[in-house]
Design a binder for this molecule. Structure first.
Ligand SMILES: C[S@@+](CC[C@H](N)C(=O)[O-])C[C@H]1O[C@@H](n2cnc3c(N)ncnc32)[C@H](O)[C@@H]1O
Length: 255
């Protein structure tokens, strides 16, 4: 079943799961009516719909974090309709989310942030070097760029970001606290300029990114990927950190 649905866009699979859940819910209501006389509370039906859709979408191969969306969808509709929430709110929230998670659809890379343990590991890594030029591919809110810009052996700390709201926030933070952010696509960067290139993206772009890294980065530089290894390429080092998510940093020393 998983492989059949993997050819469809995830949003379509999510909606199909909701449709299956609705059919199952109707069957459950029919069976329940033999034991307990209807009507049943609407909030209960909405919750059951959400949990059924969450369960089905996992079976259909959607990543399990979609369960949260599958539960939130009917519950959100229920609240929206019950309390007559102005539909402009939904549009407004959608636009804000789109401006934040801009790259989730196109690149399959959402926004989540490097934690302080990982930043300390980056600091330790660049300590071995002098006059470092650092680049964060997909800089998010610019936290890494600011952090690296404040290290004495980092000569230049840059980041690129295309999601509008993270870009504006990162621009603001770097203006105040150091580093440079560019509204540039990862694929348009010139990696040959940098000694340390860091990426915290997703499994999706890693193969293509490795082609760019191996074509452009110069000997002696290092590419670091947080959490996502390059498929079929042996990393030079793997650092397992002591944070709660046991972050793995994959280091690729460019020869
Ligand atoms: C997981 S976040 C990491 C943010 C930051 N590097 C950090 O570690 O805290 C990935 C970021 O990459 C950005 N991104 C994804 N694809 C991109 C692309 N093609 N060009 C520029 N930025 C991109 C996303 O918008 C998101 O902000």
């Amino acid at each position: 079943m998983k492989s059949f649905f993997s050819r469809f866009p995830k949003i379509a699979v999510a909606l199909i799961a909701q449709a299956f859940a609705l059919v199952l819910l109707a069957a459950l209501v029919l069976v329940a009516s033999f034991f307990i006389a209807p009507p049943y509370p609407l909030w209960l039906l909405v919750l059951v719909q959400g949990f059924l859709a969450a369960f089905i979408s996992c079976r259909m191969g959607l990543p399990c974090w979609w369960r949260i969306i599958q539960i939130a969808l009917p519950v959100g509709l229920y609240f929206g309709l019950t309390y007559k929430v102005n539909s402009w709110w939904a549009l407004g929230i959608f636009i804000v989310l789109w401006l934040v998670f801009f790259n989730a659809i196109k690149e399959r890379v959402p926004l989540y942030l490097t934690n302080s343990t990982t930043r300390e590991a980056l600091k330790k890594l660049v300590k071995r070097r002098r006059k470092v030029r650092f680049l964060d591919l997909g800089a998010g809110l610019g936290g890494n760029v600011v952090f690296m810009s404040q290290l004495p052996n980092v000569m230049r700390s840059d980041g690129v970001e295309t999601a509008p709201i993270p870009y504006l926030l990162a621009r603001f933070f770097t203006l105040l606290r150091g580093g440079h952010i560019y509204a540039m696509d990862i694929w348009n960067t010139k990696l040959e300029y940098y000694d340390v290139v860091y990426a915290f993206l997703s499994p999706e772009p890693m193969e293509k990114l490795w082609q760019k890294v191996s074509n452009e980065m110069v000997s002696g530089s290092v590419f670091i990927s947080n959490s996502f290894a390059v498929p079929d390429v042996e990393p030079s080092e793997v650092w397992e950190l002591s944070d709660s998510r046991k972050t793995k940093l994959y280091l690729y020393h460019i020869q």
